[in-house]
Design a protein around this ligand. Structure first.
Ligand code: NAD
Length: 509
């Protein structure tokens, strides 16, 4: 308690690992970490291999017995302090996020706030762990179910929410009594390491949370090591499927959240101005690098389609693209040059496929940032379901408008798509909205809400190829995922009572 943790040395050349309460580097291979707004390498991150992961597993195993026996209320108190430290260090955390990811500062702050709400949820562990109790299930027999931790569990996270997605996982896993190993994204690792060290400052014993930076070798070690009891994964669908099949084949409980292609339906009666404002943020916020972004608008009827395209075009002309650390920017750069090339390539593909590129952001220039990974907002009209730009997750500032004639046609598009993360409808018609929420085949649904990301005390998860596994992430499902049920039946007969042998199945008949 009250151990003072010096702030992470962001001037350090190499970002290392956090194992057994210490930041370490092991002279392993490294890869560059960029500031995507300038295109410059600002740090390097060490890629931990099998030996580093095994060191983290050993630390987590050693910490587990004492942590498992720590009263939940004491575990929760550490989370209360962690929340306060996240708030106190908000500026530094957001600056690190923006510097390595590129999202604008206000967006980083939104991410941090959502992360803090997950920590608040974790503070309710004593309440959540109360279990279930039944008295007198038989003569002098009481029965109860309790929820015990699993042991050492792991999390593997993507680049696009370097603070929030790790915090979807480790506060809940830890507060329920597990010890944790996190393998964050190697593209923007600094803010993740920073918050882990705040948890130590909040009083977390060494070894309860460990971070190993790295790539596939680190992930494979976590997926195959018999000491790891469960794995939470968030990232792209091909990797999610690989993590799920490999982890379950090695006997682990796995939840693997994958990619998305979220559709927004705009009905003929929608408030177009509100819908377009909402769509701008949902499509281009964070440069489209959100799993709950809206990359597809389905306009029901030609008239509303024309209006939406016209107003989006006008709004895009006013959208300010620039360095997310500077005041007044709406959208920053893409995360890496490779990703920039990939997203830009999709715009070329869309033109070849015959979609109408109404707004072309490919040649944007941002003053004083000639080498940044900037792509301006792009808007395609008359996109057809067979096109690659419709089918694939692009994960960039590229919005496609598809035209349909009815709500049913619009919903068929969503239901037939490979992904089923989120979707939303803009309408004033309660009957249409009710039909949509009841029948659409996705996990998270909005009505006049473009990004229906569940709050921390619900759970987050898609359908179809957006989620492999049975439980969603954070909120109530996190208790189920990070614990296992044990049911105890106990009898204390009165002294002196003797009963004969009974060979029938025990019952109350
Ligand atoms: P990614 O799949 O490339 O990487 C995710 C994690 O997996 C990283 O830690 C990475 O190091 C690791 N990884 C990458 N390739 C691997 C491999 N071949 N074997 C083992 N591990 C590997 O994803 P990303 O580019 O970092 O993030 C963007 C993706 O994440 C998008 O598809 C987005 O939709 C998805 N995402 C989904 C959610 C959700 O809740 N469903 C949330 C955020 C992001």
């Amino acid at each position: 308690m009250n151990q003072s943790t010096p702030p992470i040395n962001v001037e350090a050349e190499t970002i290392g690992h956090f194992i057994d309460g210490q930041v370490i580097t092991e002279n392993g291979p490294t890869q560059p970490v960029y500031n995507p707004a300038t295109g410059k390498v600002i740090r390097r991150v060490e890629l931990g291999g099998r030996a580093t992961v095994e060191k983290a597993i050993a630390a987590a195993q050693a910490a587990y017995p004492a942590w498992r026996e720590t009263p939940p209320v004491k575990r929760a108190r550490i989370m209360f302090r962690f929340k306060e430290l996240l708030e106190a260090h908000a500026d530094e955390i957001c600056k690190l996020m923006t510097e390595e990811h590129g999202k604008v500062l206000a967006d980083s702050l939104g991410e941090l706030q959502r992360a803090i709400e997950n920590v608040e949820f974790a503070c309710s562990a004593p309440q959540l762990l109360k279990g279930e109790h039944s008295r007198n299930v038989g003569p002098a027999i009481d029965s109860w179910s309790e929820f015990q931790p699993l042991g050492v569990v792991a999390g593997i996270t993507p680049f696009n929410f370097p603070v929030m997605v790790p915090i979807w996982m480790f506060p809940a896993a830890i507060v329920f009594g597990n010890t944790f190993i996190l393998k964050p994204s190697e593209k923007d690792p600094s803010s993740t390491l920073f918050v882990a060290r705040l948890l130590k400052e909040a009083g977390l014993p060494n070894g309860v949370l460990n971070i190993v930076n790295g790539g596939k070798e680190a992930v494979d070690t976590l997926l195959t090591n018999p000491q790891i009891q469960a794995v939470s994964f968030v990232g792209s669908t091909p990797v999610a499927e690989y993590v799920y099949t490999t982890g379950t084949a090695h006997g682990k409980r796995v939840q693997a959240l994958g990619g998305a292609k979220n559709h927004a339906i705009v009905m003929p009666d929608a408030d177009v101005d509100n819908a377009v404002n909402a769509l701008m943020g949902a499509a281009y916020g964070s440069c489209g690098e959100r799993c709950m972004a809206i990359p597809v608008v389905v306009a029901v009827g030609e008239e509303i389609g024309d209006k939406v395209v016209e107003k989006l075009t006008g709004a895009l002309a006013n959208m300010k693209v620039g360095n997310g650390l500077e005041e007044g920017c709406d959208m920053g750069p893409l995360v890496t040059r490779d990703h920039y090339e990939k997203v830009r390539g999709y715009v070329d593909i869309g033109i070849e496929e015959g979609a109408d590129l109404v707004v072309d952001g490919r040649d944007i220039e941002v003053e004083n940032h000639p080498d940044g990974f900037f792509l301006g907002g792009c808007l395609f009209d008359n996109v057809k379901p067979g096109m690659k730009i419709y089918q694939d997750e692009i994960f960039g500032p590229v919005l496609s408008v598809v035209r349909t004639n009815s709500l049913e046609q619009a919903m068929d598009l969503i239901d037939n798509h490979e992904y089923g993360n989120g979707s939303c409808i803009f309408t004033r018609d309660g009957e249409a909205a009710r039909y949509f929420t009841n029948h659409v085949h996705v996990g998270m649904v909005g009505v006049n809400v473009p990004l229906p990301v569940p709050v921390a005390y619900h759970s987050f998860g898609g359908w179809k190829r957006s989620l492999f596994g049975d439980l969603s992430i954070y909120g109530p499902d996190s208790m189920r995922f990070y614990t296992r049920r044990k049911t105890i039946t106990q009898r204390w007969p009165s002294t002196g009572i003797r009963e004969g042998t009974n060979f029938s199945f025990p019952s109350n008949s």
